[in-house]
Design a protein around this ligand. Structure first.
Ligand code: SF4
Length: 312
């Protein structure tokens, strides 16, 4: 049974809690976060928070107080002038998904790519920095260079690239959409070239196994191989339950019991990186590689220490 979503008041309580814990990067995502009619009110609230951070300065610990850095991830359908003005007002970094040009309508169930390009243009007119989010599949790989270039020409300032993962509804389309190892290298090479040609930078959002690519080849594309779930970030879902990351279907403690997570065995597997596949035993790179996305491996292989789908 689907749990009830948190109310506006409860989301504000979540934000208060996070601020007391010193969380200084907050990302609003979904599904589609803008489907909540109170989202702008919640983000306005978040922007007023004051976060205490202890930093080392000149060999001494110093306390700093600042507003959190805010991020909004959207499919762009509901991004209008009001949303863009809110982003500008609150210094929110907006990421908009644009998985293709000719394939956009098919991949988004009838969406209009010109609307997304117009979002980037309007954001640029306001002096807002934006990120184009591209989930790469077998279907849109052929036009990846053109897609990245079109987004940059319209005004996007950075690239966030992801490979298609077999989570949720995506499982049904895995055969049609999942990249092969060769496709993955094409994806990385094309993105690096497009970033080089545009003079921009980008990153790959979902961890890749380090043994699949040569990291020295990529100067403008940052490719993560270590997993930050339950270490540097976590997710609070619509009903207030904590998950280790956005790919994880496993709901752990309610946000009000966040202090119990250090006793939760599932959380601790991620916090202590206790999840490497057997194939990684003895690898010299285990200190900087999580063997790919552990939650994607969990969904496909049935366990968090299953091999990454690209290595099977
Ligand atoms: S830790 Fe595993 S996935 Fe990562 S480079 Fe080594 S063998 Fe490959």
């Amino acid at each position: 049974m689907k749990s009830e979503e948190l109310s506006t008041v409860q989301w504000k309580a979540v934000l208060d809690l996070l601020s007391r814990h010193g969380v200084h990067n907050i990302c609003f995502t979904g599904g589609e976060a803008l489907l909540r009619s109170d989202l702008l009110e919640i983000i306005d609230y978040a922007s007023q928070l004051k976060i205490k951070i202890i930093k080392e300065e000149s060999a001494r610990l110093a306390e700093q107080v600042s507003a959190p850095k805010l991020y909004l991830l959207s499919n762009g359908k509901l991004v209008d002038d009001t949303v863009l003005d809110m982003c500008k007002r609150n210094n929110v970094q907006l990421s908009v998904s644009m998985p293709g040009l000719r394939t956009f309508s098919e991949l988004t169930g009838g969406g209009d790519v010109d609307k997304i390009l117009r979002v980037f243009e309007k954001a640029r007119e306001r002096g807002l920095s934006t990120v184009v989010g591209i989930t790469v599949t077998k279907k849109n790989l052929f036009e990846l260079y053109e897609t990245i270039s079109a987004a940059f020409l319209a005004g996007a300032t950075q690239l966030l690239l992801n490979r298609f993962l077999e989570g949720g509804r995506g499982r049904r389309y895995a055969q049609e959409l999942a990249l092969s190892r060769d496709d993955l290298i094409i994806m990385l090479d094309v993105a690096e070239q497009a970033l080089h040609d545009a003079g921009r930078y980008g990153s790959v959002g979902t961890e890749l196994p380090l043994c699949l690519f040569n990291p020295d080849k990529y100067k403008r594309l940052e490719i993560s191989t270590g997993c930050s779930a339950a270490k540097d970030f976590f997710v609070i879902g619509p009903s207030g339950k904590v998950r280790v990351c956005n790919h994880s279907p496993i709901e752990l403690a309610h946000y009000a019991e966040i202090g119990t997570l250090k006793m939760n065995p599932y959380w601790m597997k991620f916090a202590q990186s206790d999840y490497l596949p057997a194939m990684c035993n003895g690898c010299k790179d285990v200190g900087r590689c999580a063997g790919g996305c552990r939650e994607a491996a969990h969904i496909v292989g049935g366990a968090i220490d299953a091999p990454d789908a690209l290595l099977v």
